[in-house]
Design a protein around this ligand. Structure first.
Ligand code: PDD
Length: 286
């Protein structure tokens, strides 16, 4: 049975209940993180907690715990749940008010929730044959660097992909590629890895950092800067990255082949580096 943490106590998930007046429920007023756990070790916990602080600062919500306490709670959740590899989800909402009011309540206790799910990495077939994506205009707000629970736009955008039998929706804003509905997107053109910059138009992905570090470590040329929509659409390769999907090759975009329509040679190298890194570093605890 799944054990979760809610407001100071560990309990079976069926017993975890929050108020209908919680601002997370009423307004999507909250922050979250998804932390992959390999061999029971959370990967890059300090980086996830630093991104969490950035989100909390951005939405003016006081961090209820210091990093040591977060690390203790995450460690407890991992220990209390089965599975060597897990996906730890944590969220903090602004808490429950007595009446519905857009402005923040004067005094409110944040709601803290942590759960663990099995870490399900993509099936090998997706890496071997690649995945299909659709594209859409990035209709989200202008603080996509914040990992907030207000995810309706992301949900609608991801559903466009599912409706089309695809895996991800690649987003374009004002002629530039931003990211995916729930992932970061890289392009490869003439052997150079192209990554959109960490600005307010995309989430600064932890996996994004790993991919750029691996590129640097193995001498793959990489450029971080705005990626024009035309460049993305004519790229030799497109990849999506996230903590749960790792790195996946996108071989079709809007029904058209990306490059040769097969996972590209640069992806294959990156995938091998990523798997080696996972075994050597992630599983050992970094
Ligand atoms: N999403 N961009 C968006 C919009 C995302 O939702 C995610 C991850 C990423 C990749 O970030 P990271 O590499 O740190 O996982 C980029 C998580 C997995 C989710 O919402 O479930």
């Amino acid at each position: 049975m799944t054990t979760v943490y809610l407001d100071g106590a560990f309990m079976p998930i069926a017993e975890a209940k929050v108020s209908a007046m919680d601002r997370g429920f009423l307004f999507g007023d909250g922050a979250y993180e998804v932390i992959p756990v390999y061999s029971r070790r959370p990967f890059r916990l300090p980086e996830h907690l630093s991104r969490l602080r950035h989100t909390l600062d951005g939405i003016r919500l006081a961090n209820p715990h210091d990093d040591a306490e977060w690390a203790r709670l995450v460690g407890e959740i991992i220990a209390r749940n089965a599975g060597e590899d897990q996906s730890v989800y944590l969220q903090i909402t602004r808490g429950a008010d007595t009446k519905r009011n857009h402005a923040f309540p004067a005094r409110v206790t944040p709601t803290v929730y942590i759960m663990s799910e099995p870490l399900v990495t993509p099936p090998p077939s997706q890496r071997e044959t690649g995945i299909a994506a659709v594209s859409a205009a990035d209709v989200r707000w202008l603080r996509c660097d914040l990992k907030t629970t207000s995810l309706l736009a992301n949900c609608l955008l991801r559903q466009l992909a599912v409706d089309a039998g695809c895996v991800e929706t690649i987003l374009f804003r004002d002629g530039f590629m931003t990211e995916g509905a729930a992932s970061n997107i890289f392009a490869v053109k003439q052997g150079v890895l192209l990554a959109p910059p960490k600005d307010r138009f995309m989430l600064p992905g932890i996996t994004y950092d790993v991919v750029l570090e691996l590129a640097a470590a193995h001498g793959l040329p990489a450029e971080v800067g705005p990626v024009a929509e035309a460049t993305a659409r004519s790229a030799d390769e497109l990849w999506m990255t996230s903590s749960t999907k790792e790195v996946l090759p996108i071989v079709r975009l809007d029904g058209q082949p990306v490059g040769t329509g097969q996972p590209g040679p640069v992806f294959k190298r990156m995938h091998a580096w990523y798997q080696e890194f996972k075994q050597r570093v992630m599983r050992a605890g970094e």
